[in-house]
Design a protein around this ligand. Structure first.
Ligand code: OOG
Ligand code: NI
Length: 469
């Protein structure tokens, strides 16, 4: 029995590989569905290559952070589901790919009746291999005021199954045998992809669609189709300003402003912009023709993850900036943000010393020599943080900022709104309900800040241990 167990273990594909295969298949499917996404990928790739050759220091830095290898596979997608049963099954589906729910995002604040999490890998090695993330929102029917409309939506959702029978079977197999073989993984990718596919045929008639759409565009988007079509897939760019500038030349219509922090020498968190998708023709039950806009394009530039202290400062500055930027075009908006964000130091060293961002510590070449030879001078695990400073001064240890792997609620709200038409709305505000979300999900979401802190601490401990042994 022990032997057959060992055999099974050996034959199972690492979840990182399942995720890598899935994210590539998803990208291929979305390219076929939305040709503009292919154009966007080309543009991002070109600008990334140009940026790397123009900025050797950035090249060196990304290489040292282990960011270069993953750059071309890095993307996130977004979906919206309608019920607790759908959300909890998705949790199990993403677990097959080593993706776990991280963070809670309340979008009701921004007038969007959903709350969300991001399914993503969590450990260093998995993130380095392929950090594929899916921003997943759960529709909050309880926020719909009209009782009849709410019941109508619930009844429609209760009738659909967004998973294929084979996908369900493979998810269960993953759970019982602790993984999937390579062949099963390929089947899983094919079957799981079905959940995210676009359907031109709505499951409801035009009248129902319109009634739901009048309550909120997003409700119609979630309720009226067979499944939670992937609504965008976002590549990572190294120069979002440049991509935004070139989008119109390539036939894409970017949203007015880039969301998030302004451009910086040392990027923080996440900057994002999107292009508006075209209207797509839909065939409704009863054969009526109509249109629906759901799918769009988005790009993002990622920077360092901020500590709670750094994040509080970011939120404060963002709010200050937003008071002055209403209605401004991108150039003016960015100019205001530049000024406001002067309060946040723009170099790694200061961000680290002031405890504003998370860092990953590792040995320099000299540190490795020291590790092999004599014990490090002055290293003493009793006082880890001051020791790290001493080791950095001695050139034995280097600190690299940890990349932000998550999302920003204000930016997400801006993305939702630019694609739903309609601006700011207070209709559903003040309705955060993390407990309800977690109950629907079937598990608590992991706190993203705790994850960064853990990774920072682990890297520190590893460096200290290797120099002290
Ligand atoms: C998700 C919008 C949020 C992001 O990058 O912040 C998002 C949606 O529209 O479903 O993807
Ligand atoms: Ni997005």
């Amino acid at each position: 029995m022990i032997e057959s167990h060992a055999m099974t273990q050996k034959d199972l594909l690492p979840t990182d590989d399942v995720r890598d295969r899935f994210s590539k298949a998803m990208s291929a499917m979305y390219q076929a569905e939305v040709p503009q996404y292919g154009t966007l990928l080309e543009l991002v790739e070109r600008v990334n290559q140009e940026t790397l050759s123009q900025q050797p220091e950035l090249h060196r830095r990304l290489e040292a952070q282990g960011e270069l290898a993953r750059l071309s596979v890095e993307r996130h997608g977004a979906i919206r589901v309608g019920s607790a049963a759908e959300l909890s099954m998705l949790r199990r589906l993403f677990a097959v790919m080593g993706m776990y729910p991280v963070g809670y995002y309340d979008l009701s604040e921004a007038g969007v009746p959903v709350h969300s999490t991001a399914f993503r890998p969590i450990d260093d090695a998995a993130l380095a291999r392929n950090p594929f993330r899916v921003f997943t929102s759960l529709l909050r029917l309880e926020l719909i005021e009209s009782e009849t409309l709410r019941q109508r939506a619930e009844a429609i959702l209760a009738k659909r199954d967004i998973f294929t029978a084979k996908a369900r079977e493979l998810i269960e197999r993953h759970e019982t045998q602790g993984g999937l073989t390579s062949e099963e993984a390929d089947q899983f990718v094919t079957e799981a992809l079905e959940t995210f596919r676009w359907h031109q045929n709505a499951t409801v008639d035009l009248e129902t669609y319109q009634a739901l759409n009048n309550e909120h565009r997003l409700i119609a988007d979630v309720v009226c189709f067979r499944g939670p079509h992937i609504n965008h897939l976002t590549p990572r760019t190294l120069d979002i300003d440049e991509v935004q500038r070139r989008m119109p030349d390539m036939g894409m219509n970017p949203k007015a402003v880039i969301e998030g922090p302004p451009r910086r020498e040392c990027p923080i968190l996440l900057r994002q912009t999107s292009f508006k998708a075209l209207e797509e023709s839909i065939r409704f039950a009863g054969d009526a023709q109509g249109t629906h806009t759901a799918r769009f394009g988005e790009i993002e530039q990622r920077g360092m993850a901020l500590t709670p202290k750094g994040r509080a400062l970011y939120d404060q500055l963002l709010n200050e900036g937003r008071k002055q930027t209403a209605g401004l075009d991108n150039a003016a908006h960015q100019a205001v943000m530049d000024k406001v964000f002067i309060a946040l130091p723009d170099n790694d060293e200061a961000m680290r010393r002031e405890g504003l961002a998370y860092f990953h510590y590792h040995l320099t070449e000299q540190g490795h020599l020291t590790e092999q030879g004599q014990a490090a001078k002055g290293a003493n695990t009793d006082n880890a943080s001051s020791d790290i400073e001493a080791l950095i001064k001695q050139g034995l240890v280097e600190a690299q900022p940890i990349t932000y792997e998550d999302f920003l609620p204000v930016s997400a709200a801006g993305i939702f709104q630019s694609n739903l038409g309609g601006g700011q709305s207070e209709a559903y505000a003040g309705n955060a309900n993390r407990a309800a979300f977690e109950e629907a999900l079937g598990t608590p979401v992991t706190d993203e800040l705790a994850l960064y802190a853990e990774r920072e601490n682990a890297s520190k401990a590893k460096v200290l241990a290797s120099l002290n042994s």
